[in-house]
Design a protein around this ligand. Structure first.
Ligand code: ACO
Length: 327
């Protein structure tokens, strides 16, 4: 039996959504689309859009404050901040250092991580390595995005899919007996394959165009790969932890598209009532979608202490990954 190992245990969860709601009907006034098309193909009914001047670091800070309050902690208790984002305020410095300053934290370290829609799973897994190595005690893992700023609002094939928002989780290193029933991150799987770059990318950047650019996507191609990739990493987590779909209490996938979520759950043999879905109200908020969904499901009482939770995502790169967490 493993004794005295360290586990990364969830202490708190929080989220923030910008005030402005953009409905499908609102979008139909500016691009050639309909509420029916968007709902049928994606499940999305509305998304939140950041106000002019409202930045990713501001959304991230509000989500971080909510997570700290939920944990009963303050910035003084945090020694690592990781922000997963593809829509930073500036090319540099990192959003994470701005959040650090906004929280009044002057110790420890803060950095950004970019894995597009998989960013939160990558950041959680990275945080887990820091915590279980014993080098850090408490981490704020934040997913924060203002995708509205990189959308081509004349391209109906992409602009209807995304929204803005932020979510955060506080993870704490705790002594553990390392068993499946003990709290914390049990296992994670991360993958990437850069050959898929052209299927989902932004057509600008500092080193190419010196502009921010717009999101471009071959939607059908992304869809074709998504289900296989996410179910692979989820099954790898099952195998590593010695669990089956029946053991999972809550499946909290990246919220890109209802059809991808449902197809993945079905392929994994997960009952639909165990699936947390927020895509209808938030759209695809990229790295923010999982912590936003976790926050909703914790607040409404679905996810409780002791539950076994699987998070997974797939995104640009391609990148993809999953983590199994005992709440
Ligand atoms: N409103 C109305 N019609 C539209 C719209 C729109 N917003 N967008 C496209 N159409 C039209 C197309 O022009 C096409 O018309 P045509 O047949 O006359 O050429 C028709 O609808 C069908 O288009 P498809 O692209 O074949 O539609 P599809 O059923 O594949 O759905 C979608 C498109 C929703 C993008 C789908 O492919 C998808 O969900 N892909 C996954 C992409 C995704 O979720 N990416 C998120 C980022 S990656 C991630 O987070 C995993």
């Amino acid at each position: 039996m493993n004794t005295h190992i360290l586990r990364s245990v969830v202490r708190g969860v929080g989220a923030y959504l910008p005030e402005r709601v953009l409905t499908n009907a609102d979008l139909a006034k500016t691009v050639d689309t309909t509420d029916e098309w968007i709902q049928q193909r994606t499940g999305i009914r509305q998304r939140h859009i950041a106000a002019p001047g409202e930045t990713t670091s501001q959304l991230a800070t509000k989500a971080a404050q909510a997570a700290l309050a939920n944990a009963g902690l303050t910035g003084a208790d945090i020694d690592l901040i990781i922000v997963a984002t593809s829509t930073p305020d500036y090319t540099f410095p990192a959003v994470a250092t701005q959040v650090q300053a906004n929280l009044g934290v002057q110790h420890g370290v803060a950095f950004d991580l970019q894995a597009v829609c998989s960013g939160f799973v990558f950041a959680t897994t990275t945080a887990d390595k820091f915590l279980t190595s014993g080098s850090h005690k408490r981490v704020l893992v934040i997913g924060a995005e203002t995708f509205s700023r990189i959308l081509d609002w004349e391209d109906r094939t992409t602009c209807v899919l995304f929204g803005d928002g932020a979510g955060a989780v506080v993870l704490e290193a705790q002594e553990s007996d390392g068993t499946l029933t003990s709290p914390g991150i049990i296992t994670s799987q991360l993958r990437s394959d850069g050959r898929h770059r052209a299927k989902l990318y932004v057509d600008g950047g500092p080193s190419t165009t010196q502009t921010v650019g717009h999101l471009r996507m071959e939607g059908k191609e992304v869809f074709r790969h998504a289900v296989g990739m996410v179910t692979d990493v989820v099954k790898a987590c099952f195998a590593d932890a010695g669990v089956t779909a029946a053991d999972i209490d809550w499946f909290v996938p990246h919220q890109a598209n209802r059809r991808i979520i449902d197809a993945s759950a079905e392929k994994l043999g997960l009952a639909l009532e165990k699936v947390v879905k927020t895509v209808e109200l938030h759209g695809n908020t990229s790295a923010a979608s999982i912590p936003l969904a976790l926050s909703v499901a914790c607040k409404d009482g679905r996810i409780k202490k002791g539950d076994l939770v699987m998070i997974e995502a797939m995104g640009g790169g391609f990148t993809w990954g999953a983590s199994l967490i005992r709440w």
